[in-house]
Design a protein. Structure first.
Ligand SMILES: CC(C)(COP(=O)(O)OP(=O)(O)OC[C@H]1O[C@@H](n2cnc3c(N)ncnc32)[C@H](O)[C@@H]1OP(=O)(O)O)[C@@H](O)C(=O)NCCC(=O)NCCS
Length: 156
């Protein structure tokens, strides 16, 4: 599946707000409440300007289909990764491809480790991380929801 990765830009603001408020995205996130556009806009603009954040958009056949955000912990060259795929594009292998491309990008940026927090009920997400050689580092409880922390070293 040939996908293209690009940096998110301010013009993606509304699109990312729609994706963020999708029911499945909310039910698989730790704070499931809907976000108002004004709040999202302030958050997104600040994220775009943060050197510790890498915000990526995946495109397939010239159409944006998903996002990845890397929140970098500078000290140990690691990042926490967040991923979501637009509803109409799920279940076609694009999530797995976007994750793979994002890991390559992270490695090219000099990062050595990627982590993600996944709710244990989120089988599709567990599946794509497993396929991309992530391993469960530990079981966690975040905001009273059962989850796992998955990790992958990018050194090899
Ligand atoms: C999780 C998500 C990113 C996966 O993206 P996707 O494009 O749907 O994933 P893919 O099509 O690449 O792969 C999904 C895999 O999980 C499997 N899967 C999907 N739902 C499943 C379920 N309920 N139980 C078991 N496996 C499931 C699919 O069969 C597929 O595996 P396969 O390729 O071996 O057939 C996407 O569904 C999404 O954006 N969900 C909402 C937001 C979210 O959960 N983000 C992750 C937070 S950690």
């Amino acid at each position: 599946m040939r996908i293209y990765l690009r940096a998110a830009k301010i013009e993606d603001c509304r699109r990312l707000w729609f994706w963020r408020n999708d029911a499945e995205v909310r039910s698989n996130s730790f704070s499931g409440k809907p976000i108002q556009y004004a709040e999202h806009k302030v958050w997104f603009e600040s994220k775009l300007n943060e050197p510790e954040t890498v915000f990526l958009i995946g495109e397939y056949l010239d159409k944006p289909f998903g996002m990845v955000r890397l929140d970098i912990y500078k000290k140990n060259k690691a990042a926490l990764l967040h991923i979501s795929i637009r509803k109409a594009y799920r279940g076609r292998g694009l999530g797995s491809s976007l994750l793979a491309a994002s890991c390559r990008k992270a490695k090219a940026l000099g990062l050595r480790k990627i982590q993600a927090e996944i709710l244990t009920k989120n089988k599709a997400s567990l599946n794509i991380f497993k396929k991309n050689n992530f391993h469960i580092s530990k079981k966690i409880t975040n905001k009273q929801r059962k989850a796992v922390l998955v990790s992958r070293l990018l050194t090899i």
